[in-house]
Write a protein that binds this ligand. Structure first.
Ligand code: AMP
Length: 546
């Protein structure tokens, strides 16, 4: 739902009727439950109905699709079976979504055909759709060009051309394609450019093609950024993975999108989360289109809870369930940040965004804060106890939520039966069932395991005078606990517990402080040791290093 109605409550769709839109459209809006035009609609629709060219700064979530779709449909000549409206979108998902919106708003208009067209799928159904005379075509630039070149898409009768998410389209390198298409459209068509941000390239494009355009800005919706709580967590680079899991354990209730910089990182992070029992998937440029859609669908339906993606692969994703966006890697520019966090807080819901940054990335963080016009709120990092309490609470809520399930009485009998057959207490059976539900995901963060100290100034404790710091190649990823390390050192190498100094556990490795001048034979034993079935590969660190 769109917040901030600009018109007072009244008859359903009364605000839209004031624009003089066709009845069929008003009926469809009524059916969609739209009561008031959103700010971008209130500003853009009257201008577009006057057939002005328009440049509009509005993000997804502001109702921008209806802002251009309604005027386009209003002035469509359904009797003419040729392409009259062309919408260019940066991604296939957005094309599908926009096409769906056109179809929904135009539901009551007889004989209006809407056709999404995008790369990576079969040409034939697209050609058939075009032959049948689709009047509204929504597509990605590359494939639209292909159809224009091969003569299957004729734009002689075009009345309206929309560039949707123009900034994204240009960022994705579509500038030449978009220009090529625009140059080949009839001069009298109306041009509508919608963009979340207005970088110079978008301005240039607009200056070159739009004629005396009206301008509409929906204040990069304060409502939007207010709906998204933006937080910052400073963390050592080698502790990011663990911080991510701790945050997820603490916060994740619905779907989460995790953004990383590289293809490889999507796989690495997703694999690690998978190991922690999260239902997750990786999205990167190598993932085939069809598979990508499946992932998004699984995220939407709740079969996947975490998607780890690169910026490019995540474009256009619009899933209401996404309650949180985690910037695992800091985005390299502020626009990418805006787009990333825009994946949450959809459809008027509350959203959260977290930026994980290392002390070295302070500058990038400041740039984001400047562009944002506000400082990011520093996240209080929870300790193991708090996380565990929260997890227990959530687990209890899940159980209570299932108490009235249809099969609960049958299961009750089953539990009684099992208890009698095996002489097991009911609590034990309930606990085993809970374990089944929990799967491989550890239920509690162990209290002996020191929780990260995330304040960079308190990252690791200084070395005591008579000690030396060693690095070992087992880390949090391998589920190692300080107890495992102490145990191995004591039992396998005979180092007494009190001689073992501080242990710091990082994602992939750990450090352990041991007395200075270890005898050579003892060090030789240490070198052959394994902990949690991993070779330690122990080596001495410089005093100042970790
Ligand atoms: P958009 O910015 O076009 O992606 O739209 C965001 C969401 O708001 C979509 O789910 C639309 O269906 C919905 N929406 C658009 N306009 C209105 C309106 N006037 N009233 C209520 N919901 C709307």
């Amino acid at each position: 739902m769109i917040p901030d109605p600009v018109l007072p409550a009244g008859e359903p769709a009364a605000g839209f009727a004031g624009f003089g839109l066709r009845d069929e459209l008003l009926q469809a809006l009524d059916a969609s439950g739209y009561r008031h035009p959103s700010p971008v609609q209130a500003q853009a629709i009257p201008l577009l109905l006057q057939r002005r060219d328009l440049i509009a700064q509005a993000q997804t979530g502001t109702g921008k699709t209806a802002a251009f779709a309604l005027p386009c449909l209003h002035s469509l000549d359904a009797g003419q079976r040729c392409c009259q409206v062309l919408v260019l979108t940066p991604t296939r998902e957005l094309a599908l979504q926009v096409a769906k919106s056109f179809a929904r708003y135009g539901e009551q208009l007889p004989q209006v055909r809407v056709l999404p067209i995008y790369g990576g799928s079969d040409f034939r159904p697209q050609i058939q759709g075009l032959r049948r005379g689709a009047q509204v075509v929504v597509g990605t630039p590359g494939r639209i060009m292909d159809h224009m070149r091969q003569g299957t898409l004729n734009l002689d009768g075009l009345r309206g051309l929309v560039l949707d998410e123009a900034d994204e389209m240009l960022r994705m390198g579509f500038i030449e394609d978009v220009t090529w298409i625009m140059e080949r459209t009839p001069p009298e068509r109306q041009l509508m450019l919608f963009s979340a941000t207005m970088p110079p390239e978008v301005r240039q494009l607009s200056g070159r093609f739009l004629q005396n355009p009206a301008e509409v800005t929906v204040a990069t919706s304060k409502a939007d950024t207010q709906r998204i709580r933006q937080q910052l967590l400073m963390v050592h680079a080698s502790q990011k993975l663990r911080a991510l899991v701790q945050v997820l354990d603490m916060e994740a209730s619905e779907a989460t999108m995790v953004f990383v910089r590289t293809k490889q990182a999507t796989v690495e992070v997703a694999t690690a989360l998978d190991g922690h029992g999260y239902r997750c998937a990786a999205l990167n440029g190598d993932v085939a289109q069809s598979q990508r859609e499946q992932v998004i669908e699984r995220l939407r339906s709740g079969r996947v809870d975490v998607v780890v993606a690169t910026d490019v692969a995540a474009r256009g994703i619009d899933v209401e369930r996404i309650a949180m966006v985690i910037n695992y890697d800091v985005p390299l520019d502020t626009e990418a940040y805006v787009h990333r966090i825009g994946r949450t807080g959809r459809a008027g819901r509350q959203g959260r965004a977290l930026l994980l940054a290392t002390p070295r990335e302070r500058r990038l963080v400041q740039a984001i804060e400047r562009a944002n016009g506000q400082q990011l709120e520093v996240m209080e990092f929870p300790d193991a106890d708090t996380i565990n309490r929260r997890q227990r609470q959530r687990f209890k809520e899940r159980i209570l939520g299932a108490l009235n399930g249809a099969d609960v009485p049958a299961f009750e009998r089953l539990v009684q039966e099992l208890s009698a057959e095996k002489g097991l207490p009911v609590e034990r059976i309930a606990a085993a069932l809970a374990q089944l539900v929990q799967g491989t995901k550890p239920f509690a963060w162990s209290a002996e395991e020191p929780v990260l100290s995330l304040n960079p100034r308190r990252q690791t404790r200084p070395l005591a005078a008579h000690m030396e710091r060693y690095r070992i190649e087992v880390g949090w990823k391998h589920r190692v606990k300080p107890g495992n390390i102490v145990g191995a050192l004591a039992n396998q190498a005979g180092i007494r517990g009190q001689s073992i100094g501080r242990i710091h556990i990082f994602d992939e490795h750990s450090t352990v402080d041991l007395p200075k001048d270890l005898p050579d034979d003892l060090f030789a034993t240490l070198r052959t040791m394994r902990v949690v079935s991993k070779p330690l590969r122990i080596r001495k660190l410089e005093t100042s290093a970790v």
